[in-house]
Design a protein around this ligand. Structure first.
Ligand SMILES: Nc1ncnc2c1ncn2[C@@H]1O[C@H](COP(=O)(O)OP(=O)(O)OP(=O)(O)O)[C@@H](O)[C@H]1O
Length: 277
């Protein structure tokens, strides 16, 4: 289970990208994080796996507090977090197999990693996963010979070969055409069910979120304003997420009360006084 408590991020520029977000993700649910451009969706995912250092708050994965780990411990913990990126992040001149096996780098010794030597069972696992993502037989193709959809499948295979306990996908369909976007969302859904892991997907196409997600997290200006089942994402909820205001008089139990999640300034000042930060 991923547990996020009062996650806050202020960039050195002074931009407060997350104001204190709390949520939990577990089981094999597909959770879509939606919100307008600049709402903090990417920052949230990057703070969860500490590609970006959070300013405040806690992130725990299966009981391990990631926010308390040093960089060496975090490197080991990252094996549990599969990442799928918008721009795939493949090594273009490497083969499909080399790209997928790079997902196992965290499991082999530095010596083996340097020489890209992987145990036979890792290679077999990679073959199996390539079949699952529909790329069986393409292991020797170079990444730069693939279509966008195929590249994203390699990106997903690389994340899955890690045998993660959660998948995080940051705008995985943004660079893809509509048909391929559906195929990628279907694939992520199948992986969650087959491997029994949750998947958190940042996505700006609301119709894809509605079609594939079990649950929606709605961010507005760095604040989590909606957390509920996809079936509850009505026009009013969309207004709150995208415009920051509800239709007059309307409310919902899924609207998140800011006072529950945001550490207020007084409390923060008090804590700083105690910790000396
Ligand atoms: N490296 C950075 N340095 C300073 N400010 C940043 C940085 N990255 C993001 N921001 C700011 O933080 C806020 C949230 O950005 P973020 O990229 O997380 O939003 P987003 O919801 O993912 O947007 P989009 O849908 O456009 O990708 C924005 O105001 C953005 O300008």
């Amino acid at each position: 289970m991923l547990e996020v408590t009062n996650l806050r991020k202020v960039y050195p520029t002074g931009d407060e990208a997350l104001t204190g977000v709390s949520t939990a993700i577990e089981g094999n649910e597909i959770v879509a994080m939606i919100g307008p451009s600049g709402a903090g969706k990417s920052t949230f995912i990057r703070c969860v796996n500490k590609l970006t250092e959070p300013t405040d708050g806690e992130v725990s994965l299966n009981g391990t507090e990631l926010t308390a780990l040093d960089s060496r411990e975090m490197k080991a913990a990252r094996r549990n977090i599969g990442m799928v990126f918008q721009e795939y992040n493949l090594v273009e001149r490497h083969t499909v197999m080399e790209n997928v096996l790079s997902g196992r780098l965290g499991y082999v010794s530095n010596w083996a990693a340097l020489r890209r030597k992987f145990p036979q069972e890792d290679v077999e696992l990679a073959y199996d996963i390539l079949e699952t993502v529909g790329l069986g037989g393409m292991e020797n193709k170079r990444a730069d010979e693939l279509s966008g959809g195929q590249r994203q499948r390699v990106g997903i295979a690389r994340a899955v070969v890690q045998e993660p306990t959660i998948l995080l996908a940051d705008e995985p369909t943004s660079s893809l055409d509509p048909e391929t976007s559906h195929a990628v969302m279907e694939l992520l859904t199948e992986i969650a069910a087959e491997r029994n892991i949750p998947v958190l997907i940042n996505i700006h196409e609301v119709h894809l979120a509605v079609e594939y997600a079990d649950r929606i997290l709605g961010l507005h200006d760095g604040t989590l304003v909606f957390d509920g089942p996809t079936t509850d994402l009505d026009e009013n909820a969309k207004d709150v997420i995208y415009r920051g205001e509800a239709i007059a008089g309307e409310s919902s139990s899924n609207f998140v009360d800011e006072s529950d999640t945001v550490t207020d300034d007084a409390e923060r000042t008090e804590r700083s006084a105690i910790t000396g930060d």
